[in-house]
Design a protein around this ligand. Structure first.
Ligand code: ADP
Length: 507
């Protein structure tokens, strides 16, 4: 009987379960979507109970779709988006929503904490409203009722593990991204817990990514279609798991992931942080760290363009079948690289790396009467890649020059967007067959934990690759020229972004 493994990735917009063969071939995928709520300007929340249901349903569906027998599933590896925070009571019920990475309510707390550089130097988490540290300080200063009543503070993955196994454990990479965890000692940092007003007992026990939880309640096991003793393996956060799942684990291997948000990352054998606070550095295993920069404005930019400019394509896709993104991408591909001199700063959602400025705003620069919708779409897609390129420059300073580029995430469905990456970076881009690299990274840790595979590095031989996209030198030159302008625009517009953001907050 062939053994299978499942990678479960709790993303921002959906839970994805992927059933893999041990060699990385995908047997079946399933996706269960949930909503992102904005109850007040800059507040971004999700319902953890709905996410729990979606996770259970994604697992059940993938097993059915793959016609797998429950005995065949040897383990489940877990991946999640970083920085979520839920206040829970002693029965493991949520007292608060899950406040996610995109939440900006703690802007003021973040700008004060950012002056204490040693917090970042110890934790590797850039001080920003994304981090649970800033959210906790906001809760403390605002008498947030769930904070006052909380028995524990957990991320969405810890929440699921508590409800399914009653165990309060957190893997190193999710712990690292809280801003409360010392990446040099691999322990919660007492000085910072004090700032957050949190006691150690209110946090989970940090464990390695190969740690196992076992013993599902019968009812949940039945709902999932699994055996009660199926091992659930902690895994990590979606960032480092995407690097692992794509094989980007050596110095010089750079992974670019674009889902709703985006990031560019490299693994390292030592932690590195510096006074500039531009790049994150999180622990992954006892001797592996991940460095990189996240952008708030990945696929969400395309989603916004689809909603604002793509009414016709959405209707067409609905009436004729197909996908609005594909129709819009096709339209954008009719325009030459550089969008006829139209640039787009993609900071629709404020920006994290490299500027760490919640007041940054999006903008089209260079519009003329000759520009049409297709130019705007193309400029939007190009702007996301320019932004990743600028983060890559900051990453290079700490982690060294890129040698191999890998791409994954929802954007990898678009050949045009991938070609832009190759052309803007001026490097070949390797693309795996499955764009669910985080799920495969999580599944690999699961296989390692149950001793079905022998080493982390061996994953390199088990990643079915789809293609390598070569850069077009002529396009690269066009992009280099335009990037020269792009990189100066943020600094030039910063005071105006600030004024507009203030206006928006007050109106
Ligand atoms: P997450 O894990 O953050 O929930 P995904 O990895 O599924 O997100 O990526 C979602 C994003 O991928 C969308 O916002 C969109 O920009 C992009 N995307 C999805 N399908 C396509 C497509 N066919 N072509 C181009 N981009 C796409």
């Amino acid at each position: 009987m062939e053994k299978y493994v499942i990678g479960l990735d709790i993303g921002t917009t959906s839970a994805k379960a992927v059933l893999f063969r041990k060699n990385g071939l995908v047997i079946a995928e399933s996706e269960s979507a949930y909503s992102v709520n904005h109850p007040q300007p800059s507040w971004v929340e999700q319902d953890p109970i709905i996410i729990e249901k979606a996770a259970i349903s994604a697992i059940a569906t993938v097993i059915k779709k793959g016609n797998a027998m429950k005995e065949q599933v040897c383990a489940i590896g877990l991946s999640t988006a970083m920085h979520s925070l839920i206040c829970i009571n002693d029965k493991h019920d949520p007292l608060s929503p899950s406040i996610i990475w995109a939440d900006g309510r703690s802007v003021e707390q973040a700008s004060k904490l950012r002056l204490q550089t040693d917090i970042y130097l110890k934790t590797g988490t850039p001080i920003h409203p994304m981090s649970p540290l800033c959210k906790l300080v906001w809760m403390k200063e605002n008498d947030y009722q769930p904070y006052k009543e909380a028995d524990m503070f957990v991320s969405i993955k810890e929440f699921l593990l508590l409800r399914w196994f009653g165990e309060a454990v957190v893997d190193y990479s999710v712990a690292s991204a809280t801003g409360l965890f010392n990446i040099h000692t691999f322990d919660w940092e007492d000085d910072i817990l004090e700032i957050a007003g949190v006691r150690r007992e209110q946090l989970s026990r940090p464990v390695a990514p190969t740690a196992i939880c076992q013993g599902l309640p019968k009812e949940i096991a039945n709902e999932m279609g699994l055996k009660e003793d199926t091992p659930f393996v902690l895994g990590g956060s979606d960032g480092p798991l995407a690097n692992l799942g794509i094989g980007a684990i050596e110095p010089g291997d750079v992974a670019i992931t674009v889902g709703t948000s985006g990031a560019i990352r490299q693994m390292a054998s030592k932690p590195r942080t510096d006074e500039k606070q531009e790049i994150f550095c999180y622990g992954v295993t006892d001797d592996l760290w991940i460095m990189g920069g996240p952008t708030n404005n990945g696929g969400i930019v395309f989603q916004w363009m689809r909603d604002v400019l793509g009414e016709k394509e959405v209707e067409l896709a609905l009436s004729q079948g197909g996908n609005a993104y594909d129709l819009l991408t096709k339209l954008a591909s009719t325009v030459s690289p550089g969008s006829n001199g139209l640039l787009f700063l993609p900071f629709l959602n404020g920006e994290r790396a490299p500027y760490w400025d919640a007041n940054a705003r999006g903008s089209f620069i260079g519009l003329t009467l000759a520009h049409k919708k297709e130019h705007m779409i193309r400029a939007g897609l190009e702007g996301v890649v320019y932004s990743l390129y600028s983060v890559g420059e900051a990453l290079e300073r700490l982690a060294g020059e890129p040698v191999n580029l890998f791409a994954s995430g929802g954007f990898a469905r678009s050949p045009l967007w991938l070609q832009m990456v190759a052309d803007i970076f001026g490097h070949p881009v390797q693309v795996p067959e499955s764009h669910q690299s985080s799920a495969w990274g999580a599944a690999w840790f699961a296989l390692l934990a149950v001793e079905e595979v022998s080493s982390l590095e061996a994953i390199k031989e088990s990643i079915p690759m789809k293609q390598t996209i070569e850069p077009n030198r002529v396009s690269h030159d066009v992009y280099q020229e335009l990037y020269g302008t792009y990189r100066q625009l943020y600094a030039a517009l910063k005071p105006h972004f600030f004024a507009l953001a203030n206006f928006q907050r007050n109106s």
